[in-house]
Design a protein around this ligand. Structure first.
Ligand SMILES: [Zn+2]
Length: 253
């Protein structure tokens, strides 16, 4: 187990009342603000502040090892709270139009000016460099073009891979733009996929492809059809749920 490391001295932070001492600690990679209260509190308490910072409040006499044990015993709670916090933050950014969904990740959109137009992605953000300032509709177009280009690469690659793996061979692929469906399978075996699938997680893309490939032998949604889907995609129910929950938002734009 990783050791406990005090990153700061125990000199009180300015923004906290002098009656309390605060330290910033890293416990198993988690940053925790430790506030010692001069009041006669006996118990240790934990909370998440508005910035998503984990704060633990303890009596003055608390020892580091006690605190460490306490934090570890609340590991699950902390993890849950942080996940919820991140989700909420992402929702807020999304409602301000500052989020781009890509392969299930919600990337923060960062705009910057530069000599050359370009788009780069990191694990949590997408940076758009532009020579001219972009209005909202131009930005939307740039992002959608970028997503479409990613879809044009990713969807054929996955379809080929899954066809090979499952032995279900269609008759070509068309990437289309739909607002109310993710894909379809024509009677002549042509698979049609919505480019907006590129916004969803890899396993959801796989599910939709397997769904459409399964229609090659079952042009319906009968129990036999679903049994075939389940054979190649055992977790399909979760993927359908994911689409039910997030799909409408992702199809709309
Ligand atoms: Zn279907």
């Amino acid at each position: 187990m990783a050791g406990l490391k005090a990153l700061w001295s125990n000199r009180p932070l300015k923004r906290f009342p002098v009656s309390r001492q605060s330290r910033l600690l890293a416990i198993d990679g988690l940053n925790v603000v430790w506030r010692m209260s001069a009041r006669r509190t006996r118990s240790l308490a934990l909370k998440l502040d508005k910035q998503g910072q984990v704060i633990v409040m303890t009596p003055m006499a608390t020892r580091l090892c006690e605190l460490e044990r306490f934090i570890r015993s609340r590991n699950e709670w902390i993890h849950k709270q942080l996940t919820q916090f991140k989700k909420l933050e992402a929702k807020k950014r999304e409602s301000r139009g500052q989020i781009l969904w890509f392969m299930g990740d919600q990337l923060a959109i960062e705009l910057q000016r530069g000599a050359k137009n370009k788009i780069q992605t990191g694990p949590e953000s997408i940076q758009i460099t532009t020579r001219q300032p972009l209005d909202e509709s131009k930005l939307d177009r740039r992002l959608n073009n970028w997503l479409r280009a990613q879809a044009d690469q990713e969807l054929p690659r996955r379809l080929a891979l899954l066809s090979r793996q499952t032995g279900m061979q269609g008759n070509g692929l068309q990437i289309k733009s739909y607002t109310a469906r993710w894909g379809s399978c024509r009677h002549d075996g042509l698979i049609q996929l919505n480019w907006k699938l590129i916004k969803t997680p890899a396993e959801v893309i796989n599910y939709v492809i397997i769904h459409e490939l399964s229609h090659l032998s079952n042009f319906n949604h009968s129990p036999a059809f679903w049994a075939q889907v389940a054979q190649h995609c055992p977790a399909y129910k979760g993927n359908r749920e994911w689409l039910k929950e997030n799909g409408r938002l992702l199809l709309a734009r």
